[in-house]
Design a protein around this ligand. Sequence first.
Ligand code: SF4
Length: 406
Amino acid sequence: MVELLKLYVKSKAKPSKNTELMGYIFPSENIGLYLHVPFCKHFCDFCPYHKLKYDPALAREYAGLVKKEYRLHEPRRFNSLYIGGGTPSGDLTLLKELLDFLRDNVMGEIALEVHPIDATSEKLQEMKELGINYISLGIQSLDDDVLKHFGRGYSAKTNFLALENSIKAGFDFVDVDLVFDPLAFADKKIQSDLEKIMKLSPQQISVYPMMRFSCTKFRNTRNNSRKELKIFDRLDEIADKNGYERDTLWTYKKKNLVGRYTSVAREFYLGLGLSASTFSGEIFAVNTFSMNLYRKRLEEGKLPIEIVYHLKGLQGALYYSFWAFYAGKLDFARLSRFFPDSSKKLRVLFETLRLTGYLSKSSMIYHLTPRGQKKLHQFEEWLTYAFIDPIWCQLKENARNFKDLF
Ligand code: SF4
C-alpha cells in the first residue's frame, strides 16, 4: 500500500510551468506565517538550507524586500509566526524591523530559531523584548567530535552555556535541536546528549537523523533508516524515564504539556523570503533561492515564486495528511471540511492502513501506531531524496545562474 502511494505521488507531483500567481486562496482559518532570514556568518558542512554570507547592508535591503513581498498578499491574520534561516538570531536590528512590521497580524506564538553563539543572556533578553516567546536552540550536539563532523565551527562549551542561558531566560517554550549521524558515530553519543538535555528540562527536544543532501559534503552516502529506527526505540525509553514522550515524528515533549514548537506541522502556511515555501491546500509553491531574482520580481510587483505545484484532486489532501500524521494524528472531520472531494478515497486509504496496523482510530481521529511511525520515518526520508533534494539542488543551481554568491 505504501509503495503504491509512493508511485502515485511520483506520477502526480509535477511542477507547473506557470509561476505567475497573483496570490493564494487560503481556507479561512489556521494559517501560519513563516519568514526565512537567509544570512549566516559561518556555513556548516551538513546544512542543506539556503543561506547567504551575512552582510549588514544586504540584510537592510532584505528587510525592505520582505515587506514588499508581504504587501503583495491579501491582508490577513496568522495564528503563528515562525522565523527560521539561515541564522535569524544573528542580526537583531533586522529582526526588530521585520517584527515591528509583522507583529500586529500574528495572534499566536512568535517563534525564532536561535544560534547558540547568539544565546547570551543579554541577546536573549532583547529577543524577549521584541515579542519572541518560543525559541528553538540549534545546538545539534554536546560532543566536540560530532560538532566538528558537522562543521559547526565552535565547541560544545558554547552549547552548554547557550542551553543554560536559554532555559533561564524564561521563554514560554524552549525547543532544543539535536542531529545524529549513525554512519559516523556510536549510538551512545546521541543517547547521552538526549539524557543530558532532558535533565535541564526544556519543554521539547527535536532529534533529527542527518540527511545527506546533494549540496553538502555528505552527498555520496544515504541514510540507514533501519539503524535510525533502532536508535529511536532506545531514545523513546530514555525519554519515558525522564518524563518526556514522542510528540511529532522527530520530537520529544514533556508529558502532558500543551503546545509545540513546529514550523513544519501546520495545516496551512504562507512563506515569506528567499526559498520560503507556501501551502494553501490547492497550491504548494517555493520562492526563488536567488537574491537577484527575488529583488527583480519584487521590483516588478510580482510574487518571487520559482516552483509551483497545483495540487489537484487527492494531492492537496495527501500533503495535508502527511503533515498531520507527522504530528501524530489526523482529524478526519477537519480533513473532510477542507478537502470534501477527496474524503471518500482517503477514508478507504486510512481504513486499509488501519487494518494493516499502521493506524488506529478513536471516533474521527486516526492515530499513527508505532508501526506507522516507523513507516512514516522511511516515507519522510524517501520524500526528502525523491523530491526535496532535487528541488533544492535545482533552485540553488538557478541562483548560481543568476550570479548570486553563496
Ligand atoms: S546549520 Fe544554521 S548556522 Fe549552519 S549553515 Fe545552516 S543555517 Fe547556517
